[in-house]
Design a binder for this molecule. Sequence first.
Ligand SMILES: [Zn+2]
Ligand SMILES: [Zn+2]
Ligand SMILES: [Zn+2]
Ligand SMILES: [Zn+2]
Length: 262
Amino acid sequence: MDASNSVLHNLLDCPVCMNTMFPPIRQCSNGHALCSNCKSRVNRCPICRDELGNIRCLGLEKLGESLEWPCKYLNVGCRDLLPYSNVINHELTCKFRPYNCPAVGVACPITGDVSFLVNHLKNDHRVNVFNSWTFNNLYTESDPEEVLNNSWKIAVYDCFGYQFCLCFEVFMWGSSQVYIAYMRFMGEPEDAKRFGYRLEVCSSGKSLSWRSIPRSIREPSIRVRESLDGLIIRRDLALFFSDGDKKQLKLAISGYICSITT
Ligand SMILES: [Zn+2]
Ligand SMILES: [Zn+2]
Ligand SMILES: [Zn+2]
Ligand SMILES: [Zn+2]
């Protein structure tokens, strides 16, 4: 069945915005239906110009309930057929819905699938992408450009058939300046659990390390920071671990990503 294109399904297209109408569907006194979103923006029926009251179109809602509905992400791979009452909820959590750009600390409006976002990070945020599961990155004073709340730097690692973002941020924790490094997973939370990562800084035989599970980019980065799920280094300790004169940040963070076989 081509559920997306049947004549009956088309009856539930809003004549104004062309999206599928979901309850409560509204209609004018002559029976022209429109979605509640469009209804809230107009006073008159867009078809006959009659004044719109609060008439609900139960007939179309019943029709909707008698049909199975494809997810709006059908064209990017979701094959689910849904009951009418579950379409909106499903689409809000569908694993084929686009991801937000994982750049941290900037309000970037770009969304897309993982391969699109990797290219976007590379081209528009000047992020380095490595084909590697190990890393040894140097963070210097000028990396988080200024020592302001939410300065950041990320790098992408492509390994095990997935992509991971190593994030490094500066933020103020109370009155102290703190660094945090953590790994994000470019995919769904349940797939993130199949991986682990380790981060380490060391200097003169001393080391500080962190081991965790990467966090899916479905979660905002701020939530990862707030839950302190990363290698957290106070400024004075970061300087202690810095190469050179220990007055400037020159912090090498090494580590790896691994797959956890259960
Ligand atoms: Zn509409
Ligand atoms: Zn009308
Ligand atoms: Zn879906
Ligand atoms: Zn972006």
